[in-house]
Design a protein around this ligand. Sequence first.
Ligand code: C2E
Ligand code: SIN
Ligand code: SIN
Ligand code: SIN
Ligand code: FE
Ligand code: FE
Length: 425
Amino acid sequence: MLNEKQKLDTLMTLGIELNRIHDLDILLERVLTRARQFVNADAGSIYIHEGNRLDFTYSQNDTLQKQLPAGEKLIYSTFSVPIDQTSIAGYAAATGKMLSIPDVYKLAPTKSYHFSKKFDEASGYVTRSMLTIPLMSSKKDVLGILQIINAQDQNKQIRIFSQTDEKVMLHFAGIAAVALERAQMTRSMILRMIRMAEMRDPKETGAHVNRVAGFSLEIYEHWAKRRSIDKKEIDKTRDVLRMGAMLHDVGKVATSDLILKKPAQLSFEEFEIMKQHTIHGARLFSNPQSDYDEAAAIIAMNHHEKWDGTGYPGHVDPISGKPIPGHEGRVGRPLPGKKHEEIPILGRIVAIADVYDALSSKRSYKEPWDESRSIEIISQGSGTHFDPELVEIFLEQIALIRLIQARYLESHAEPQTTPEQLVPQ
Ligand code: C2E
Ligand code: SIN
Ligand code: SIN
Ligand code: SIN
Ligand code: FE
Ligand code: FE
């Protein structure tokens, strides 16, 4: 539990902390963690405004989390509520007002909004006190809703939210909203770049890049944990990795349609041109304005390198497209690839994520493969195509990989989790 001095310190540096995070998912996680810390709340959720509804986007629940084996993540279902006066979150969004409810099971019948018991019924959790705060943009639009659940006293007994809690949370929400607006802007710019790439190559869909990013984050987190890399460093890398992984193939915009959409095997010459997408991608981010550009350039450049040195493009300068001095290789021979740890870790990670997703998805030149066959290719590639340690991690995490696939299905990004999955196994 934070004491008063710690609370004040945290609140003062909160803006700096949150504005450093550009990735939307990681930001939501941090906002909720910090908000709950302030009032010692057991659980909480964030809804994001989409169209005329609120999407239940991110959730934390210490009680349910503790029922899971160590290291496992809580899977929560995704749903949405209309912005109107019938639900608690909808009411807060429709009116722009904070709602503090002492006990959601004892709402006065005169209220237009009511508490949905679905979550509690699916999970066995009991929601009591609830503070629901709108996150307003600079233009006074509702960006989303922050909902904090079951404040606790020193003895972990559920208590109602105090007036001080309400004041602190209003201030907190103002800071969080600024960071949220920024992160949404960054993400929408990236999604625009990806949509542009998608117009060129319909197989390079939003769903594909989301899956590649999701797989990559899982692999990275486990790789980093094995090395006891500290939480701050992990969070920073997760942030840049997600964006970079989403943009891994954006250099394909420079590839001609004839090659990109060829419904058959590429010829040697065509494949040589196709390989340039790594260098084109890196060139797009070659003038780094931020850590994002740097990670995106590294990933674009290195996601087709192979562990044994037989990948591409090798040690190349992204601007000139020429070999870096000392790495020219032999005249008349293809440029040697980077080998082992010469390949940056983020490139090694995205290589596995990208191939696995390419195998399990439909391509203009191939049908989707079933899971066992795709896994087989990844296993066989251990030590040749892929970093063996990362293959080991990937295979260990296959259950999580399946969840990410289910979350980002083709054509529309409708989440596919069901309420049953709320219940810890
Ligand atoms: P992509 O479709 O995103 O595939 C990414 C990587 O997944 C490929 O990199 C390859 O390592 C792996 N992969 C994809 N399909 C298969 C497969 O059927 N079997 C195996 N063993 N591995 C597979 P790669 O080969 O460097 O290709 C890079 C990109 O070049 C591909 O991205 C795709 O856009 C294009 N491409 C590669 N081969 C062909 C082809 O025969 N026809 C066409 N039209 N495009 C191709
Ligand atoms: C994220 O998507 O990165 C935050 C949620 C999670 O870690 O599962
Ligand atoms: C992610 O953080 O995006 C992958 C985890 C998940 O989707 O459950
Ligand atoms: C590694 O490649 O194994 C670690 C160095 C890096 O972060 O690229
Ligand atoms: Fe690629
Ligand atoms: Fe790809």
